[in-house]
Design a protein around this ligand. Structure first.
Ligand SMILES: [Fe+2]
Length: 358
């Protein structure tokens, strides 16, 4: 008979992921500022074409990938990559197609959001309203390139996070009302709610000063990176890195596209939370997509463990109590995290009406 093994091995537990502060706005809110008509007119001049990785992907590896240990954050990571230098990802033609979708009627009517972090966002466009953008981010070739830079195989967190577009228009009239902090920050300091993000520049950077993504290192040092032109991207392990988007000066606008990623493998630690998304999403879609992927992860983990356990019995290997307890504790923590994320938020089940603003 196989013996019962009782070991006292203590698994190395990584430090807890940083606490994420949510927006002061608790319910999905439409921005008050109108999108300038020239952006809409310009975008609508583009004739739609289908996503084609041969034509639209123009990836070149970043010159440097800064590692988590480089910036003093080892221990948290799910991969070695902390933040990459900017690298070409999409062609200008691809970005123009994405802008056509971002500034299209159905998207502007249904997908605009505002929060205390970012006054003007477009999110959750979906495949139907934005097929080019959706297909670009879900293309296996795109994912292979992003994963190469991230040093881990990634997939978009879920459809609603394909993609978050931050829109900042240079409005000189508003400058007098801005505080010093607001003058320099386009998006306030924060940790992301997702393991990785890819921030893609969707603006023409001619004459643009600023507009970088700034990261704060444990030493207090602040590093700034920015795609130097439309279609360049930065990949960052944003769940563990304190960051902010800086305001632009000189350029006409700063439009950046942030797509959130999680590990493709269900067996990798995933500290995705919804804090950053809850107040800027259609909750019916957000909760549903989050639940589906988490249940899929649990299904795969339990199936794999079950197979492993059956195999162990056939092979007459001893029962490993410590291993099973560690597996169950990990799944319990995963489910507890889901319980923390999924709750009723008063009166935000349905968005403010895009027509009457009520
Ligand atoms: Fe971020």
């Amino acid at each position: 008979m196989p013996a019962l093994i009782i070991t006292t091995v203590t698994p190395t537990v990584p430090p807890k992921a940083p606490h994420v502060v949510g927006s002061k706005t608790k319910k999905a809110t439409r921005p008050t500022a109108e999108i300038p008509q020239f952006l809409i007119d310009e975008a609508q001049q583009t004739q739609p074409v289908a996503w084609d990785p041969e034509k639209h992907l123009c990836f070149q590896p970043p010159a440097k990938i800064h590692t988590m240990s480089d910036i003093g954050l080892e221990g948290h990571e799910i991969s070695t990559t902390a933040v990459s230098d900017p690298f070409p990802l999409f062609s200008k033609e691809a970005m123009v197609q994405m802008r056509r979708e971002i500034f299209s009627g159905p998207v502007l009517e249904h997908c605009r959001y505002s929060s205390s972090f970012n006054a003007n966002m477009v999110r959750g466009m979906g495949q139907e309203r934005a097929p080019f953008t959706y297909n670009a981010w879900w293309d296996p070739e795109t994912l292979a390139k992003i994963s190469q830079v991230a040093s881990i195989e990634l997939v978009p967190a879920f459809d609603f996070e394909v993609a978050n577009i931050n829109i900042s228009i240079n409005d000189h009239d508003a400058e007098t009302a801005a505080t010093e902090a607001e003058k320099t920050s386009s998006v306030a300091w924060h940790y992301d709610s997702f393991p990785f993000v890819c921030v893609t520049m969707a603006s023409d950077c001619t004459g643009m000063v600023g507009g970088e993504t700034a990261t704060k290192l444990p030493s207090g040092e602040i590093r700034k990176v920015r795609g130097p032109q439309m279609g360049t991207a930065v990949v960052m392990q944003g769940r563990y890195i304190y960051q902010q988007a800086l305001k632009t000066f000189g350029g006409r606008e700063r439009i950046s596209m942030v797509t959130a990623f999680r590990p493709k493998s269900p067996f990798v630690r995933d500290e995705t939370i919804l804090t950053g998304s809850r107040a800027i999403s259609n909750l019916d879609e957000l909760y549903s997509q989050y639940t589906e992927y988490r249940l899929e992860v649990l299904e795969e983990r339990f199936l794999a463990k079950l197979k492993e356990e059956r195999r162990r019995v056939v092979m007459r290997c001893p029962y490993n109590l410590a291993d099973i307890r560690s597996f169950l504790a990990e799944q319990k923590e995963y489910i507890e995290s889901m319980l923390e994320q999924l709750f009723e938020v008063e009166q935000i089940r349905y968005l403010m009406c895009g027509v009457c603003k009520s």
